[in-house]
Design a protein around this ligand. Sequence first.
Ligand code: ADP
Length: 490
Amino acid sequence: MSLRQRLVMLQVVLAGALALVGLLVIESMQRALMSDADDILAVRAASVAAEVQAMQGRPSRSGIPAGLRLDPRFAEEVGGSGVYVQVSTPDGNVVRTSRNLSGGQLPVVTAEHLPAKSDDGVFSTVTVGADRIRLLSLRVGPSTDPMAVVQVGVSLHQIDTAIRGLVRLIVLGGGAGLLGAMLATWLLVGRFLAPLERIARTAEYIAESGDANTPVPSASGGEVAALSRSLNRMVDRLRGLIRSQQQLLADTSHELRNPLTVIRTNLSMLRRDLPETVRSEIVDESEAEAGRMSRLVSDLLLLAQLDTGQGIEQAPVRLDQVVPSVVGAVRNAYPDRIITVRLPVVPAILLGDSDRLRQVLSNLLENAIRYSPAETDVDVSLDVAGDHVELAVQDRGSGIAPDHLPHIFDRFYRVDKARSRSTGGAGLGLAIVREIVEAHGGTVSASSEPGRGTRFSVLLPVERSWSTGQLERAPVAASADPLPHRSAAT
Ligand code: ADP
C-alpha cells in the first residue's frame, strides 16, 4: 500500500473513532435529558397523587368517585407546562384528562398491571400519533386496595428533535469533513510525493546505469530539498570516487607498464650472445625494475588497507623514542648526509601504530634527502605543544612551486616526473604519509620556498591518559625493519 493510501486509510480510521466518540456523547446526552424528563414526571405524578388522596372521602358528584374528583384548575396547572395528566379508576376508566390532551387519552394502565412493589410508579415510552411520549403510571393507594391510577406524560418531541439534529450534524458534517480531508490529503500528499518520486526514479536510474553524472532533481524548501541536496552530495562524492578509481587504475597500469617493458626487453636481450659484463648490467637493471614494481604493489596494498581502515594498530607509542631510531636508520642508509634532531624534554606519548609512524618519518626524511643537495643539512624536530605533538622535517633543497604544493599529497603526483622516476618514486610516498597521519587523527602540511627548501609538519594528538610509567611497562612495538618504506627495497 502506498504512503498516500496509508495516510487516507489512517484518516478513515481516525474519523471512525471520532464518530464512535460522537455517538457515545449523543447517547449519554439522550440519557441525561431522559433522566431530567423522568424527574419532572415523578414530581408531577406525586403532586397529582397527593391531590387525589386529598379528595378521598368527599361526597361524590356527577358519577365520578369522590376520591378521583380533581380540581380542574389543578389539572390545568399541572398540565400547563406540557405535561399530560390522566387519572383513571383502578380498573381503567379514565375520569380526568388534562386539557392539553385535547380530549384524547394516554394509553391506559390498570392498577393490576402495575407491579405491587412499584410505589414510585412505572416509566414507559409510548408512541401516540407521530410523537413519542415518556409516561409515568402511578398507583394511588395500597396495591391491595388501590384508589386510582395517575398517569403523567411528557412529549419527547423536543429531545428527539435535538438528538436527531445532532446525529445529522455528526453524520453529514463529519462525513463531508472526512471526504474533504481525504481529498486534501490525497492531493497534498501527491504534491509532496511527486518530487520524492522523481528523486527515487533518478536514484534508481543512477544505481542501474552507474551514470553518476545525472543530477538528482532539486526540490524547493523542506525535508525533500534537504534530501535532494544530500543525495546530490552523495552522487558528487560517488562521481569523485569513480573518477579517482579510474585515475588510480590508469596510473597504476602506467607505472607497472614501464618496468614490465624494461624487464621484457631485457629478457629478450638476454637471449642474445652478449658479453658477461653487459649481461650482468641487464640483470641488475631488471632486478631494479622488479624492485620498483614490488615497492609499488606494496604501497598500493598499504593504501588500500588504510582506505578500508585496516592496517593501523592502536597501542601507546613514545614518539620521542621512535624519532631518533628512524633518524639513526636513515643516517646508516645515507652516511654522507647530515641530519640534525631536536627532541622535547618531556615524553611525547600517543596512541597509534609505531611501525606506521616510523614510516611517516622515514618517507619524509627520504624525500628531504632526495630533493635537496648532498651538502645541505636536514633538520628533524619534535615538539609537544598542548594537546598535540609536532613532528617537522626541514630541508634546504630546491623547494616546491606554489602551484604544485596543494597536489603533492595526491596519489601518483610527482612534480618532476622524469626526475622522480630516476630516483625511484612513484608518487605514493606522501599519499601514504597523509593516510597514516589522518588515521591517527592528525594532519600533515607542507610549506616551501622554491630554492630555499621545504618544511613538512605533522600534527598528532597526544595521549594524556597514559603515564610514562605505564608506557615503560607496556610492550612498545620495536620495528625489525629500520626503514619501513623505502630502505628495504633500495
Ligand atoms: P615520490 O615517490 O615521487 O617521492 P612522494 O609522494 O613522496 O612521491 O612525493 C610527491 C612529489 O612531491 C615528489 O615527486 C616531489 O616532486 C615532491 N616532493 C616531496 N618531498 C619533497 C621535498 N622535500 N622537496 C621537494 N619536493 C618534494
